[in-house]
Design a binder for this molecule. Structure first.
Ligand SMILES: CCCC/C=C/CC(=O)SCCNC(=O)CCNC(=O)[C@H](O)C(C)(C)COP(=O)(O)OP(=O)(O)OC[C@H]1O[C@@H](n2cnc3c(N)ncnc32)[C@H](O)[C@@H]1OP(=O)(O)O
Length: 301
């Protein structure tokens, strides 16, 4: 899949420090790992081969405190995913979080608040890019959702082939954009409709539902809810089932099902960026974001 990234300077800047992280250089054996064992990642994205499953990588998101999807974090995720996609050792990835209780707080509000249009455009391009990369990945992608997963975190989860959610009432998942006074873009909406159906998506999107685990399972936004300490092992068992299918048949079928949805964005990426920039730059939207960020601060104090 040839995707235009438009992130080259940042990508290069990010690649350099990796070489300085012992054992973290992409595609090279890690310090302390066995010969030929690949252990790679970046400061915020830990990627390791699953010791219990051949051909499977575990990707842990580590952007504390809440794994918000900042531009730098998105870029690191993109690079790691691209490397995995190109490394024939791997057939599947389990995406999970290294931040206790939080899968991902979604898009980084500070990338959209008080920023100039050029920054917002670059940011949105990276958001699009991550979605396309995960959604159309040739690898089997399983989400081991071990924490709360609102908005962009939910989109990331929905883009996996299968979602396992930890059974903790605090770990809600959903597209809650309306609660922030913003609107989920059409491609977020499309993925939700594809997953839970039109009527359920209509309610969930308008009301900004964050589904706790039992409701999430019932509506179908996740495929399985398991005790917290079984999320990884369940993800691994599910992975084995998906990897039992010949890659070419599974990949072509995935593409058949997902391409029309991805094409809707691919055909209008620039217009989507312009819409986002116009929308997010409005005074009223900036005010809503300000109020929401203040609420997050006050919650603490
Ligand atoms: C056309 C426009 C479409 C745009 C689409 C947007 C999609 C999105 O993804 S918008 C983001 C939606 N995300 C949320 O609504 C989640 C907001 N965060 C929370 O509800 C909570 O932080 C949490 C439940 C995830 C975690 O709660 P916890 O008590 O553990 O931590 P906090 O004290 O709330 O947060 C710690 C720290 O992190 C900052 N923060 C939290 N979320 C974000 C975020 N999404 N972006 C940037 N920063 C975030 C929070 O303000 C705290 O910062 P300080 O320590 O500096 O106060």
């Amino acid at each position: 899949m040839a995707l235009t990234v438009g992130l080259r300077p940042l990508t290069r800047a990010l690649l350099r420090p990796w070489a300085r992280v012992p054992g973290a250089a992409l595609g090279r054996p890690a310090a302390g790992s066995g010969d030929g064992v690949r252990c790679f990642g970046s400061p915020r994205v830990l990627v390791e081969p699953d010791p219990a499953a051949v051909g499977v990588a575990v990707m842990k998101m580590r952007n504390p405190p809440v794994n918000s999807l900042s531009l730098e974090f998105l870029t690191e995720l993109l690079i790691s995913l691209e490397k995995l996609e190109n490394d024939k050792t791997f057939r599947g990835i389990i995406i999970t979080s290294d931040c206790p209780g939080i899968f991902s707080a979604g898009l980084d509000l500070l990338e959209m608040y008080g920023r100039d249009p050029a920054h917002c455009a670059e940011y949105w391009k990276a958001v699009q890019e991550l979605w396309l990369r995960v959604y159309l990945s040739n690898l089997v992608v399983i989400g081991a959702i071990n924490g709360i997963s609102p908005a962009g975190g939910c989109l990331l989860s929905l883009s996996c082939d299968y979602r396992v959610l930890a059974n903790n009432p605090k770990y809600a998942i959903g597209l809650n954009e309306t609660l922030l006074g913003i609107i989920a873009p059409f491609w977020f909406k499309d993925v939700l409709v594809n997953t839970i159906g039109h009527r359920a998506a209509e309610r969930a999107l308008q009301l900004g539902f964050l589904f706790p685990p039992s409701d999430a399972l019932q509506v179908g936004i996740v495929d399985q809810v398991v005790p917290e300490d079984q999320v990884q092992s369940t993800a691994r068992s599910v992975m084995a089932q998906w990897l039992a299918i010949p890659d070419h048949a599974r990949q072509l079928t995935k593409n058949l099902v997902r391409k029309p949805t991805a094409d809707r964005l691919l055909q209008q990426r620039d217009a989507d960026i312009q819409n986002f920039v116009r929308f997010i730059s409005r005074d009223s939207i900036q005010k809503s974001l300000h109020v929401y960020l203040e609420k997050l601060k006050q919650k603490k104090g």
